[in-house]
Design a protein around this ligand. Structure first.
Ligand code: NAD
Length: 250
Protein backbone atom coordinates (compact mmCIF):
# COMPACT_ATOMS: atom_id res chain seq x y z
CA UNK A 1 0.00 0.00 0.00
CA UNK A 2 1.22 3.49 -0.87
CA UNK A 3 1.93 5.84 1.98
CA UNK A 4 0.00 8.65 0.33
CA UNK A 5 -2.31 10.78 2.47
CA UNK A 6 -5.26 12.88 1.29
CA UNK A 7 -6.85 15.56 3.42
CA UNK A 8 -10.54 15.92 2.44
CA UNK A 9 -12.68 18.68 3.90
CA UNK A 10 -16.45 18.28 4.15
CA UNK A 11 -15.83 14.53 4.28
CA UNK A 12 -18.81 13.56 6.46
CA UNK A 13 -21.21 13.10 3.56
CA UNK A 14 -21.93 13.78 -0.11
CA UNK A 15 -19.07 14.37 -2.54
CA UNK A 16 -16.45 14.51 0.25
CA UNK A 17 -17.45 11.10 1.61
CA UNK A 18 -17.52 9.54 -1.88
CA UNK A 19 -14.05 10.99 -2.51
CA UNK A 20 -12.79 9.54 0.77
CA UNK A 21 -14.14 6.10 -0.16
CA UNK A 22 -12.53 6.22 -3.62
CA UNK A 23 -9.15 7.31 -2.22
CA UNK A 24 -9.25 4.31 0.13
CA UNK A 25 -10.03 1.97 -2.78
CA UNK A 26 -7.01 3.44 -4.58
CA UNK A 27 -4.72 2.71 -1.61
CA UNK A 28 -4.56 6.14 0.01
CA UNK A 29 -4.96 7.03 3.69
CA UNK A 30 -7.46 9.84 4.34
CA UNK A 31 -7.74 12.63 6.90
CA UNK A 32 -11.49 13.29 7.01
CA UNK A 33 -12.30 16.85 8.10
CA UNK A 34 -15.78 18.19 8.88
CA UNK A 35 -17.37 20.55 11.39
CA UNK A 36 -20.31 18.17 11.94
CA UNK A 37 -18.74 15.82 14.48
CA UNK A 38 -21.66 13.43 14.83
CA UNK A 39 -22.04 12.90 11.07
CA UNK A 40 -18.26 12.69 10.62
CA UNK A 41 -17.77 9.96 13.21
CA UNK A 42 -20.71 8.04 11.76
CA UNK A 43 -19.19 8.27 8.27
CA UNK A 44 -15.68 7.35 9.44
CA UNK A 45 -16.85 4.25 11.31
CA UNK A 46 -15.82 1.18 9.36
CA UNK A 47 -13.64 3.12 6.92
CA UNK A 48 -9.95 2.32 7.06
CA UNK A 49 -7.34 3.78 6.99
CA UNK A 50 -8.91 7.11 7.96
CA UNK A 51 -8.83 9.51 10.88
CA UNK A 52 -11.58 12.02 11.66
CA UNK A 53 -10.84 15.65 12.50
CA UNK A 54 -13.73 17.78 13.74
CA UNK A 55 -12.83 21.32 12.71
CA UNK A 56 -14.44 24.29 10.98
CA UNK A 57 -12.48 25.35 7.88
CA UNK A 58 -13.75 28.94 8.12
CA UNK A 59 -12.04 29.61 11.48
CA UNK A 60 -8.29 30.32 11.22
CA UNK A 61 -7.30 28.87 14.63
CA UNK A 62 -9.24 25.68 13.96
CA UNK A 63 -7.59 25.30 10.57
CA UNK A 64 -4.11 25.63 12.10
CA UNK A 65 -4.99 23.09 14.83
CA UNK A 66 -6.46 20.73 12.23
CA UNK A 67 -3.42 20.81 9.95
CA UNK A 68 -1.11 20.28 12.93
CA UNK A 69 -3.21 17.30 14.08
CA UNK A 70 -3.29 15.77 10.58
CA UNK A 71 0.49 16.08 10.16
CA UNK A 72 1.06 14.63 13.64
CA UNK A 73 -1.25 11.69 12.91
CA UNK A 74 -0.13 10.86 9.38
CA UNK A 75 3.31 12.48 9.08
CA UNK A 76 2.63 13.81 5.58
CA UNK A 77 -0.03 15.21 3.25
CA UNK A 78 0.06 14.48 -0.49
CA UNK A 79 -3.28 15.92 -1.61
CA UNK A 80 -5.71 18.47 -0.21
CA UNK A 81 -9.29 18.39 -1.44
CA UNK A 82 -11.01 21.65 -0.49
CA UNK A 83 -14.55 20.34 -0.71
CA UNK A 84 -16.40 21.73 2.35
CA UNK A 85 -19.12 24.05 1.15
CA UNK A 86 -22.46 25.58 2.00
CA UNK A 87 -25.30 26.70 -0.28
CA UNK A 88 -27.74 29.50 0.43
CA UNK A 89 -29.84 30.53 -2.57
CA UNK A 90 -31.71 33.85 -2.55
CA UNK A 91 -32.36 36.99 -4.58
CA UNK A 92 -29.77 39.78 -4.37
CA UNK A 93 -32.15 42.06 -2.48
CA UNK A 94 -32.74 39.40 0.20
CA UNK A 95 -29.10 38.43 0.65
CA UNK A 96 -28.10 40.47 3.67
CA UNK A 97 -24.48 40.79 4.70
CA UNK A 98 -24.73 37.98 7.27
CA UNK A 99 -25.93 35.50 4.63
CA UNK A 100 -23.26 36.71 2.17
CA UNK A 101 -20.52 36.37 4.79
CA UNK A 102 -21.65 32.90 5.91
CA UNK A 103 -21.32 31.61 2.35
CA UNK A 104 -17.98 33.34 1.74
CA UNK A 105 -16.61 32.19 5.13
CA UNK A 106 -16.78 28.51 4.24
CA UNK A 107 -16.70 28.47 0.44
CA UNK A 108 -13.93 31.01 -0.11
CA UNK A 109 -12.16 31.79 3.19
CA UNK A 110 -12.09 28.07 4.01
CA UNK A 111 -10.32 27.19 0.77
CA UNK A 112 -7.83 30.03 1.27
CA UNK A 113 -7.11 29.11 4.91
CA UNK A 114 -6.76 25.35 4.48
CA UNK A 115 -4.61 25.78 1.38
CA UNK A 116 -2.29 28.29 3.01
CA UNK A 117 -1.88 26.14 6.11
CA UNK A 118 -1.04 23.01 4.09
CA UNK A 119 1.53 24.56 1.72
CA UNK A 120 4.50 23.43 3.88
CA UNK A 121 3.27 19.81 3.84
CA UNK A 122 2.59 19.89 0.08
CA UNK A 123 6.02 21.42 -0.55
CA UNK A 124 7.55 18.39 1.15
CA UNK A 125 5.46 15.91 -0.83
CA UNK A 126 5.28 17.92 -4.09
CA UNK A 127 1.57 17.37 -3.72
CA UNK A 128 -1.68 18.69 -5.16
CA UNK A 129 -4.66 20.86 -4.34
CA UNK A 130 -8.07 20.12 -5.79
CA UNK A 131 -10.59 22.84 -5.02
CA UNK A 132 -14.29 22.14 -5.47
CA UNK A 133 -16.11 25.04 -7.11
CA UNK A 134 -19.35 24.56 -9.09
CA UNK A 135 -20.94 25.14 -12.45
CA UNK A 136 -22.52 28.07 -10.56
CA UNK A 137 -19.03 29.60 -10.56
CA UNK A 138 -18.78 29.25 -14.34
CA UNK A 139 -22.25 30.40 -15.37
CA UNK A 140 -24.38 32.94 -13.56
CA UNK A 141 -27.94 32.06 -12.67
CA UNK A 142 -30.76 33.36 -10.51
CA UNK A 143 -30.55 33.12 -6.68
CA UNK A 144 -26.80 32.46 -6.58
CA UNK A 145 -25.32 35.88 -5.86
CA UNK A 146 -23.36 34.64 -2.84
CA UNK A 147 -22.91 30.98 -3.79
CA UNK A 148 -22.00 31.59 -7.43
CA UNK A 149 -19.67 34.47 -6.61
CA UNK A 150 -17.90 32.42 -3.95
CA UNK A 151 -17.36 29.60 -6.44
CA UNK A 152 -16.13 31.95 -9.20
CA UNK A 153 -13.59 33.20 -6.67
CA UNK A 154 -12.48 29.63 -5.92
CA UNK A 155 -11.82 29.14 -9.64
CA UNK A 156 -9.53 32.17 -9.70
CA UNK A 157 -7.92 31.26 -6.38
CA UNK A 158 -6.99 27.90 -7.94
CA UNK A 159 -5.24 29.66 -10.83
CA UNK A 160 -3.38 31.89 -8.36
CA UNK A 161 -2.21 28.78 -6.50
CA UNK A 162 -1.08 27.10 -9.72
CA UNK A 163 0.85 30.21 -10.76
CA UNK A 164 2.61 30.74 -7.44
CA UNK A 165 3.13 27.21 -6.16
CA UNK A 166 4.30 25.50 -9.33
CA UNK A 167 7.89 26.30 -8.43
CA UNK A 168 7.52 24.04 -5.38
CA UNK A 169 6.16 21.22 -7.54
CA UNK A 170 2.67 21.78 -6.14
CA UNK A 171 -0.22 21.43 -8.60
CA UNK A 172 -3.62 23.12 -8.15
CA UNK A 173 -6.77 22.28 -10.09
CA UNK A 174 -10.44 22.98 -9.74
CA UNK A 175 -13.45 20.70 -10.23
CA UNK A 176 -16.81 22.27 -11.05
CA UNK A 177 -19.55 19.73 -10.36
CA UNK A 178 -22.93 19.91 -12.00
CA UNK A 179 -25.96 19.06 -9.89
CA UNK A 180 -25.65 16.03 -7.59
CA UNK A 181 -28.44 14.88 -5.28
CA UNK A 182 -26.65 15.57 -2.00
CA UNK A 183 -28.12 17.12 1.14
CA UNK A 184 -26.63 20.49 0.12
CA UNK A 185 -28.27 20.48 -3.30
CA UNK A 186 -31.61 19.05 -2.25
CA UNK A 187 -32.00 21.82 0.34
CA UNK A 188 -31.88 24.50 -2.38
CA UNK A 189 -33.04 22.76 -5.57
CA UNK A 190 -36.78 23.31 -5.94
CA UNK A 191 -38.76 21.11 -8.38
CA UNK A 192 -38.47 23.99 -10.88
CA UNK A 193 -34.67 24.10 -10.52
CA UNK A 194 -34.43 20.31 -10.91
CA UNK A 195 -36.51 20.47 -14.12
CA UNK A 196 -34.44 23.38 -15.42
CA UNK A 197 -31.19 21.45 -14.85
CA UNK A 198 -32.52 18.43 -16.73
CA UNK A 199 -33.50 20.70 -19.63
CA UNK A 200 -30.07 22.36 -19.76
CA UNK A 201 -27.85 19.27 -19.43
CA UNK A 202 -27.03 17.24 -22.57
CA UNK A 203 -26.83 14.02 -20.54
CA UNK A 204 -30.27 14.95 -19.16
CA UNK A 205 -29.63 13.88 -15.58
CA UNK A 206 -27.94 14.77 -12.30
CA UNK A 207 -24.46 13.42 -11.64
CA UNK A 208 -23.49 11.08 -8.84
CA UNK A 209 -21.09 11.68 -5.98
CA UNK A 210 -18.92 8.91 -7.38
CA UNK A 211 -18.66 10.55 -10.81
CA UNK A 212 -17.32 13.72 -9.20
CA UNK A 213 -14.96 11.76 -6.94
CA UNK A 214 -13.43 10.02 -9.97
CA UNK A 215 -12.35 13.39 -11.41
CA UNK A 216 -11.05 14.62 -8.05
CA UNK A 217 -8.91 11.54 -7.38
CA UNK A 218 -7.57 11.57 -10.94
CA UNK A 219 -6.38 15.17 -10.50
CA UNK A 220 -4.69 14.21 -7.21
CA UNK A 221 -2.94 11.24 -8.79
CA UNK A 222 0.36 10.88 -10.62
CA UNK A 223 -1.68 10.37 -13.81
CA UNK A 224 -2.31 14.13 -13.72
CA UNK A 225 1.32 15.02 -12.98
CA UNK A 226 1.50 17.62 -15.79
CA UNK A 227 -1.96 19.11 -15.17
CA UNK A 228 -2.18 22.31 -13.13
CA UNK A 229 -4.24 25.50 -13.16
CA UNK A 230 -7.14 23.72 -14.86
CA UNK A 231 -10.87 24.01 -14.29
CA UNK A 232 -12.72 20.79 -15.09
CA UNK A 233 -16.50 20.80 -15.23
CA UNK A 234 -17.95 17.40 -14.34
CA UNK A 235 -21.42 18.49 -15.29
CA UNK A 236 -23.02 16.32 -17.98
CA UNK A 237 -22.21 19.00 -20.54
CA UNK A 238 -24.09 21.86 -18.87
CA UNK A 239 -21.30 24.44 -19.18
CA UNK A 240 -20.65 23.76 -22.86
CA UNK A 241 -24.19 24.13 -24.08
CA UNK A 242 -26.56 26.90 -25.16
CA UNK A 243 -30.29 26.92 -25.77
CA UNK A 244 -32.36 24.34 -27.60
CA UNK A 245 -31.84 20.95 -25.95
CA UNK A 246 -35.47 20.31 -24.92
CA UNK A 247 -36.65 21.08 -28.47
CA UNK A 248 -34.43 18.26 -29.80
CA UNK A 249 -35.55 15.62 -27.33
CA UNK A 250 -38.17 13.17 -28.36
N1 NAD B 1 -24.30 18.76 -4.76
C1 NAD B 1 -24.22 19.57 -5.79
O1 NAD B 1 -25.13 19.64 -6.63
C2 NAD B 1 -22.99 20.42 -5.98
C3 NAD B 1 -22.84 21.07 -7.20
C4 NAD B 1 -21.73 21.88 -7.40
C5 NAD B 1 -20.79 22.02 -6.39
N2 NAD B 1 -20.96 21.37 -5.20
C6 NAD B 1 -19.94 21.58 -4.18
O2 NAD B 1 -19.43 20.33 -3.76
C7 NAD B 1 -18.98 20.44 -2.40
C8 NAD B 1 -19.59 19.32 -1.59
O3 NAD B 1 -21.00 19.49 -1.60
P1 NAD B 1 -22.05 18.34 -1.26
O4 NAD B 1 -23.14 18.51 -2.22
O5 NAD B 1 -21.37 17.04 -1.08
O6 NAD B 1 -22.58 18.92 0.16
P2 NAD B 1 -23.00 18.24 1.54
O7 NAD B 1 -23.80 19.28 2.26
O8 NAD B 1 -23.58 16.90 1.34
O9 NAD B 1 -21.58 18.07 2.26
C9 NAD B 1 -20.84 19.19 2.65
C10 NAD B 1 -20.08 18.86 3.92
O10 NAD B 1 -19.28 20.01 4.25
C11 NAD B 1 -19.34 20.21 5.66
N3 NAD B 1 -19.05 21.63 5.94
C12 NAD B 1 -19.77 22.72 5.57
N4 NAD B 1 -19.19 23.82 6.05
C13 NAD B 1 -18.07 23.44 6.71
C14 NAD B 1 -17.06 24.14 7.41
N5 NAD B 1 -17.07 25.49 7.53
N6 NAD B 1 -16.04 23.43 7.98
C15 NAD B 1 -16.01 22.08 7.87
N7 NAD B 1 -16.96 21.35 7.23
C16 NAD B 1 -17.97 22.03 6.65
C17 NAD B 1 -20.78 19.84 6.01
O11 NAD B 1 -20.90 19.56 7.41
C18 NAD B 1 -21.01 18.62 5.12
O12 NAD B 1 -20.66 17.41 5.76
C19 NAD B 1 -19.38 21.84 -1.94
O13 NAD B 1 -18.26 22.71 -2.02
C20 NAD B 1 -20.45 22.24 -2.92
O14 NAD B 1 -20.56 23.63 -3.04
C21 NAD B 1 -22.04 20.58 -4.99
Amino acid sequence: MTEKVALVTGAARGIGLATTQLFIEQGWRVAMVDRDGEELHKAATGLNPVSAFVHDVSIPDQVDDMVHAVRTTFGRIDAVVNNAGVADFGPIEDTDFARWRAVMATNLDGVFLVSQATIPALRESRGAFVNIASISGLRASTLRVAYGTSKAAVIHLTKQQAAELGEYGIRANCVCPGPVRTKLAMAVHSPEIIAAYHDAIPLNRYGTEREIAEVITFLCSEKASYVTGQVIASDGGFESTGVGLPALRS
